[in-house]
Ligand binder design. Structure first.
Ligand code: CP
Ligand code: NVA
Length: 304
């Protein structure tokens, strides 16, 4: 049987995604109770990082260890990947020795190429275009705090980036409405937005997007690889900060999420992480639980 991959949320059905989110919550509860689980005993995850990470690396590595397996960190600096060995050759070799491969890289095409040649499941741990693992954690966090997100209004404020694209996919898969407010020139991929137009509205004004929203979400103004654009982006995005004034426009019990790392004083005001609606720290912790659920699903082909 060909390996299942997780390159975008569209690699799963809605039912599979909902089951993953529920399983993540179950694993969180069990782990907090100190229950030992060795579902991935002797299994190995290879983790290829071509960009920096704190949460993704710690959550995947800790997650494998907590399930009885292990994870190996591979950087292009120390592997032949950094010296130009073809991605397909690397995929054939690495996937012949491990049970799953996680990749964080620049071009989305790189994970697609790797997956096509891989005999083991491949997980997209962020590309320039998508960050589906973060959405598993975000959806789990929303569900734990507010129940089903079906029919809710979510406001994305800021850059039409990889996270925004994954929110667009999530809007259709989890059946919520996504208002996306970006400055001109920083919209998400228009083809993608069009394909999801039944669930996505592109806007210019943050206040319009946030009005009565059940969840406000943002991300850094300059993503990894865009460091040179920082100054220009600070100017373009100066009205796109989530602060208490914007939270006041949202629904009274609105939640706030940010995938982190956060730039306080830029996309979010310094105080807002401590706002009563902020679930940012749960969201970060849920990377661990959601990905443990994902690893079990992809490696064992079941959730129980
Ligand atoms: N949110 C997220 O993916 O964080 P890291 O870049 O620290 O992995
Ligand atoms: N959009 C950000 C997300 C970081 C987790 C980036 O790509 O740098």
């Amino acid at each position: 049987m060909a390996a299942r991959h997780f390159l975008t949320l569209n690699d799963m059905t809605t039912t599979e995604l909902e089951n993953l989110v529920d399983h993540g919550s179950k694993l969180r509860k069990e782990w907090r109770q100190g229950k030992v689980r060795d579902s991935l005993k002797n299994r190995v995850l290879a983790m290829i990082f071509e960009k920096s990470s704190t949460r993704t690396r710690v959550s995947f590595e800790a997650g494998m260890a907590q399930l009885g397996g292990s994870a190996m960190f591979l950087s292009p600096r120390d592997t032949q990947l950094g010296r130009g060995e073809p991605i397909e050759d690397s995929a054939i070799v690495i996937s012949s020795m491990v049970d799953a491969v996680m990749i964080r890289t620049f071009a989305h095409e790189t994970v697609e190429k790797f997956a096509r040649a891989s005999r083991a499941p491949v997980i997209n741990a962020l590309t320039d275009d998508f960050h589906p693992c973060q959405l598993l954690a975000d959806m789990q966090t929303y569900r734990e705090h507010r129940g089903s997100i079906r029919g809710a209004t979510v406001a994305w404020i800021g850059d039409g980036n990889n996270m925004c694209h994954s929110y667009i996919n999530a809007a259709t898969q989890f059946d919520f409405h996504l208002n996306v407010a970006t400055p001109q020139g920083y919209e998400p991929d228009l083809e993608l937005a069009k394909a999801h137009s039944a669930h996505v509205t592109l806007m210019r004004e943050p206040a319009e997007a946030a009005r009565n929203a059940d969840l406000l979400v943002t991300d850094v103004w300059a993503s990894m690889g865009q460091e040179d654009e920082q100054k220009a982006r600070e100017k373009a995005f100066s009205n796109y900060q989530i602060n208490s004034a914007l939270m006041d426009i949202a629904a009274t019990d609105a939640l706030l999420m940010h995938c982190l790392p956060a730039h306080r004083g830029e996309e979010i005001s310094a105080d807002i992480i401590d706002h009563p609606g902020s679930v940012i720290w749960d969201e970060a912790e849920n990377r661990l639980h959601a990905q443990k659920a994902l690893l079990e699903f992809l490696i064992l082909n079941r959730l129980d």
